[in-house]
Design a binder for this molecule. Structure first.
Ligand code: ADP
Length: 483
């Protein structure tokens, strides 16, 4: 940790009301690449979460009343600080999460890009005037911030999942309390340090770090002061938290698990498809909710495609994310490795074949070898559950109708990808896929100017884009009479 240029970015306490708060006990933050304890962070309680909410609640009226241009300036200052400290923030992120340093720095730039995007959008919260029924009335629509926003975020993007929620919330005029994943609190706390330096007022951005997710989650989902709850994480936890929010009728946004198909048609540019698949499948060691989960290849090109895929996988370098030229870091913890082991075991017992990888680099290691699995079908758990690991699981299909049916045969609907050079097919398949995001000859779809989000049990709400502010705004109708 001594390698940080600015050691003050390493924080170990929760942050609310513009101040750092210790707790009676601490929890360890572990580097998944080495098993080393890299920090001990204050283990906040449910009572602490209530204090953070009180701070956000107190800060709300003044923040909402600030002119949008002023909020935008502060968000932009925050964004600049993220970029100025990109190397340190990237290093912290790699140390607590494991992804290669280049990817971690990329995530910081990606998170910062949401701050910039919503700083710009803050100034464009337009209303409407609507023709009234009678001449002595006028109908006007204005948009106002919903109020205090609470968020719970996962460990796979410790910076960006917070940045894209907080950016939209703060731009809209809301105040914000986040509970980051306990595995990766350091990136969240470094963001708080930079929010403070940027001059974001006390109580506007607050971070509560703790191991009792259930107790803190209970407060964030049930306290009347929270107007809106935003969650990114697993489908089961999301469903539970949405239920908890129902008691106080909160606005809710959920970004839950995916089960992305990646379809390769026989008219595809196979090399381009390989490039897209490698990015979509192996980024973050396969631990993203938009990662390809099922590779669907048309039978006539299956052999050619899997040969190329095996070659590309063979070139991936596995290692500690802080080492040079590493493509894949460790999985986040032992449970993640066990899950991949179990999915592969079940798949091979049902007839699937491992061509390369298929196990950890060494017993007890969190480094999982990049794996090519063929002979998969949709009934296998490896095709039904999120793998969240570096396994390309290939199945085959005969024609377009079968590809679409297979792709849609899941309760998830986050991201899907397909490769084809036939313009008619591109339109047909893009429209037929029941997903919130579709990459057409493209394996990377995330972008602050585009709406990120899913359909079906992958959740609701959109992050980023011109639509992203709507999740944090109420529509108010004013009827002016007696004119
Ligand atoms: P993942 O599989 O990515 O770890 P989780 O849904 O378990 O997904 O975790 C995402 C976030 O949800 C984390 O911040 C975690 O601490 C939090 N979380 C998990 N269980 C609960 C719960 N019962 N109440 C509130 N938050 C929870």
């Amino acid at each position: 940790m001594t390698k940080l240029q600015d050691q003050r970015l390493l924080k170990n306490a929760s942050y609310w009301q513009g101040e750092w708060h210790n707790a009676d006990t601490c929890f360890d933050v572990i580097n998944p690449a080495t098993g080393d304890v890299i920090a001990q962070v204050a283990d906040a309680s449910a009572a602490d979460a209530e204090k953070a909410l009180a701070a956000a609640d107190n800060a709300f009226p003044a923040w909402a009343a600030r002119p949008a241009a002023e909020r935008a300036d502060l968000l932009q200052r925050w964004q600049q600080l993220l970029l100025e400290h990109q190397d340190d923030l990237g290093l912290l992120l790699t140390l607590e999460q494991g992804k290669p340093l280049a990817e971690a720095k990329g995530e910081i730039a990606y998170g910062a890009s949401y701050l910039q995007w919503f700083a710009e959008e803050a100034k464009r919260v337009y209303g409407d005037t609507i023709p009234a029924k009678s001449g002595d009335q006028r109908i006007i629509v204005i948009k106002q911030p919903v109020g205090v926003v609470a968020a719970v975020t996962p460990w796979n993007f410790p910076n960006a999942m917070i940045a894209r929620k907080a950016a939209a919330a703060l731009a809209a005029g809301c105040t914000f309390v986040v509970k980051p994943a306990q595995l990766t609190p350091l990136s969240a706390l470094a963001m708080a340090e930079l929010a403070q330096r940027a001059g974001i007022p006390a109580g506007v951005f607050n971070v509560v770090t703790g191991t009792d997710a259930k107790a803190i989650g209970n407060v964030l989902t049930q306290d009347k002061r929270v107007a809106k709850f935003s969650f990114t994480g697993s489908t089961n936890v999301g469903k539970q938290l949405a239920k908890q929010c129902a008691g106080t009728v909160k606005r809710v946004s959920l970004e839950l698990g995916g089960n992305a198909p990646f379809i390769v048609f026989d008219d595809a540019d196979l090399d381009a498809a390989i490039d897209g698949l490698m990015a979509s499948k192996f980024r973050n060691a396969g631990q993203t909710c938009v990662c390809t989960n099922r590779v669907l290849v048309q039978k006539s090109v299956q052999q050619a495609f899997t040969d190329k895929l095996q070659q590309a996988i063979g070139k991936l370098k596995l290692g500690n994310g802080t080492d040079e030229n590493v493509d894949i870091g460790p999985l986040i913890n032992n449970d993640a490795c066990d899950k991949v082991d179990e999915l592969l075991k079940q798949a091979t017992e049902s007839g699937a074949k491992v061509h390369c990888g298929g196990k950890r680099q060494a017993a007890d290691s969190l480094f999982y070898l990049p794996t090519l699995l063929t002979g998969v079908n949709n009934n296998m758990a490896v095709a039904q559950e999120e793998i969240f690991g570096p396994v390309a699981a290939v199945q085959s299909f005969d024609d377009e109708a079968e590809a679409i049916a297979l792709a849609n045969a899941t309760e998830s609907g986050l991201a899907a990808y397909f490769y084809s050079r036939d313009i008619g097919r591109c339109w047909r398949v893009a429209e037929a896929l029941h997903y919130g995001m579709v990459g057409v000859n493209e394996g990377m779809v995330s972008n602050p100017s585009a709406p990120f989000g899913g359909v079906k049990q992958s959740g609701y709400g959109r992050e980023g884009s011109k639509y992203g502010l709507d999740d944090y705004l109420d529509i108010k109708y004013l009827c002016l009479g007696g004119l």
